[in-house]
Design a protein around this ligand. Structure first.
Ligand SMILES: [Zn+2]
Length: 192
């Protein structure tokens, strides 16, 4: 259930919620308190190394436990997306990334403790030369570099990630050219 379904009383005056509100806002008829339920914002990044391989993790917790994902997480209040990205990458896999570029946004839902949160995921592309990964075991089961052609799109944990992966495959060569990198790693047959 969405968060609004769990609001049975006004959080300011305590009045009972008289009728279910089908919209995305809670409006109290007694004290006029009004709360809008907006999407949470998340970030994730497809990190490429010099060999054209992409770093993907296997998630250590639900939703999507054991499934593949680009590393990332939720943006804190008052935090820039780029800052959240670098923070999450340092926390989850212990590396630094650079050449960060926005890829695309996708809508998502994230169910935790019986509540389904609408999410707007912001996907990025970045580079890293890091060879040693330091994993946060509560978040990340494994992390490995994959040749893009070895990744099956359906193995990614969320529909938003699957859609972003397809965008990534379409954009990565142009991205590398913009960085002045050779496109020798280009491959045919992506997008499974
Ligand atoms: Zn109220």
């Amino acid at each position: 259930m969405y968060p609004i379904s769990h609001f049975h009383f006004c959080p300011r005056c305590g009045a009972s919620r008289s009728a279910p509100n089908a919209s995305n806002s809670f409006e109290c008829p007694h004290c006029q308190f009004c709360y809008y339920f907006n999407a949470s914002a998340g970030v994730a990044v497809f990190i490429e190394n010099a060999l054209g391989q992409v770093l993907l993790i296997r998630r250590a917790k639900d939703p999507g436990i054991n499934r593949l994902a680009p590393p990332g997480g939720f943006i804190d209040i008052g935090e820039r997306a780029e800052t959240a990205l670098s923070r999450e990458i340092a926390e989850e896999i212990g590396i630094q990334i650079h050449s960060i570029h926005f890829l695309c946004s996708q809508t998502n839902e994230y169910t935790y403790a019986g509540v389904t949160y609408p999410v707007l995921d912001l996907f990025f592309i970045a580079k890293s030369e890091a060879s040693k990964l330091t994993l946060a075991p509560e978040e990340v089961r494994t992390a490995d570099w994959y040749a893009p052609e070895d990744v099956c799109t359906d193995d990614l944990a969320f529909a938003s990630m699957q859609a972003a992966w397809k965008e990534f495959l379409n954009c990565r060569l142009k991205f590398n050219e913009s960085l002045g990198l050779p496109s020798a790693n280009s491959a045919i047959g992506y997008g499974r």
